[in-house]
Design a protein around this ligand. Structure first.
Ligand code: FRU
Length: 501
């Protein structure tokens, strides 16, 4: 026995390592994923007392959608997340049906408008969510927590808003100081309509107005939010209404936004000649903004679900976990000749966890340039001058015959993100895809920032004027990176790569 003991323990050790490494092949390192099981939309993004909360749609029992409950994670720096126990679980109704906790938001009721908390208590958290009874009803309900979201009580007079509809969901609530009221934005998905309600106590809601039947109506409307957003280089702000709905490419999902004015009752959009999308990739959906951010954040911050319902259930991340969340992104508006446009960037906090791995300046490329860095977890920033080149490409997650290709065509000003040869693509007929967006050069320059994290790519173009988020599932994991120029020489003005600790 003595003799075989070391072999036996080595065998058991290998077994444990093996079973842990296989499903972890695609596990992101700095994007939040639940330790196990299925996740979808972020819910109740709220800041309180030094903690950022990420509640999210979660199935505690498996890695497919079902038993929807609110999972919970917290972070002190929007960077590293700690998973906490399920906050709001699905529950049984007296008639034998179940109520699932669908998407919603969380607010801090610092004036105790709800009366749920002790007199003078300023840290009460209230969750506003859709109570969903499968095949029967969707209405809005509330729950409250006096211990920073660790334990919750459901309001005993739920639901607080019920239109008797089967599809009526995803409340997002803001405090509107001018009227000292809460304003809820919620959608009737099948009618492509958002509704605005107001309440003094989070319990009684009255309809203010409706907005809808315009913009992208190729898919149902979900997860709306209304946010006051600063306009860069001015003291002005505008209101942004975001709606999760269809994608520029038919039958995929994305988020669209409208910019306009909100007077406490009605949202009036600016004239827009085109549909505006928050992120041009296939995998950014259901993002909502944080509530109650401290003043030190001068811009709103959002987090989105990385996935597309088209194939979300089949992404090959192994048996343990499925779905993930974007990094926290701050956003603002830019005034352009065509109207206001969204600009988004990863929050600065991300930098604090990084270490510089490589940097170059003013390098001419003529053909292929292989970077002296390999990896699948990095933050790459590059400023390129195509000069005489007709096409420049950035190739990442590259191995023999495999790469995700970011390509810029100077003549057409088209930037594309091509994952058709990125690795595993056949698990679903609609996964293999190329995104295309128009990106004019700025003073002859193209600037890209790519957050790569095992299986997630978040690409920010021209300092956040465009964003593209996608899953990719490399097979060979060589992690090579190259830049190419075709048809002439191009110049890399600056390039840096940071690894993430
Ligand atoms: C969006 C969504 C929401 C709903 C939730 C259910 O992804 O369909 O409309 O509340 O997911 O999990």
């Amino acid at each position: 026995m003595k003799k075989i003991a070391p072999f036996l323990s080595f065998f058991l050790f290998s077994l444990v390592c093996f079973s842990q490494t296989i499903p972890q092949e695609y596990r992101p390192q700095y994007h939040y994923t639940a330790p196990k099981n299925w996740v979808n939309d972020p819910n109740g993004l709220v800041y309180l007392d030094g903690e950022y909360h990420l509640f999210y749609q979660y199935n505690p029992f498996g890695n497919v959608w079902g038993h929807m409950s609110w999972g919970h994670a917290v972070s002190k720096d929007l960077n590293r997340w700690e998973t906490l126990p399920v906050a709001l679980p699905e529950f049984d109704n007296p008639d034998g049906t179940q109520t699932m906790i669908f998407s919603g938001c969380a607010v801090i009721d610092s004036l105790n408008t709800s009366g749920f908390f002790e007199k003078g208590f300023t840290k009460g958290m209230v969750a506003v969510f859709t109570s969903h009874i499968e095949g029967k009803a969707q209405h809005q309900s509330i729950a409250y927590s006096a211990d920073k979201g660790r334990t919750w009580k459901r309001y005993d007079k739920n639901p607080v808003l019920d239109l008797g509809m089967k599809d009526f969901r995803d409340p997002n609530v803001i405090w509107y100081p001018e009227k000292q009221v809460w304003i809820m934005t919620v959608v009737k998905p099948l009618e492509y309509t958002a509704q605005f309600y107001e309440s003094k106590d989070l319990k009684t809601w009255s309809l203010l107005s409706e907005f809808g039947k315009q913009g992208d109506m190729t898919k149902i409307w979900e997860c709306p939010s209304l946010t006051k957003v600063p306009v860069e280089g001015s003291n002005e702000s505008k209101w942004v209404l975001m709606i999760s709905s269809g994608h520029r490419q038919k039958n995929y999902l994305a988020m669209q936004y409208f910019v306009g004015d909100f007077d406490g009752k009605t949202f009036t959009p600016q004239k827009q000649n085109e549909i505006l999308y928050v992120d041009e990739g296939k995998d950014f959906y259901a993002a909502i903004p944080f509530s109650n951010l401290p003043k030190s954040h001068t811009k709103p911050i959002m987090i989105g679900w990385i996935n597309d319902w088209e194939y979300a259930r089949e992404i090959p991340t192994g048996d343990t976990w499925r779905g993930g969340f974007s990094v926290a992104r701050e956003f603002s508006l830019k005034k352009t000749a065509e109207g206001f446009r969204l600009v988004q960037q990863p929050v600065a906090q991300l930098k604090s966890a990084q270490k510089e791995a490589f940097r170059i300046k003013n390098k001419v490329i003529d053909g292929v340039y292989n970077l002296p860095f390999k990896g699948e977890v990095f933050d790459l920033e590059v400023e390129l001058r195509p000069h005489r080149a007709k096409v420049v490409t950035l190739n990442v997650f590259q191995s023999q015959g495999e790469a995700t290709v970011i390509r810029y065509d100077v003549a057409t000003q088209e930037l594309s993100l091509d994952r058709t040869k990125s690795g595993q693509v056949n698990f679903h007929p609609r996964f293999s895809s190329v995104e295309r967006v128009k990106v004019p050069l700025k003073e002859g320059k193209l600037s890209l920032r790519l957050l790569a994290d095992k299986s997630i790519l978040e690409l920010f173009v021209q300092n956040g004027e465009q964003a593209l988020t996608e899953w990719v599932f490399p097979i060979q994991h060589e992690g090579e990176i190259s830049l190419t120029s075709e048809g002439g020489k191009a110049n890399i003005s600056a390039l840096s790569i940071h690894t993430i600790r």
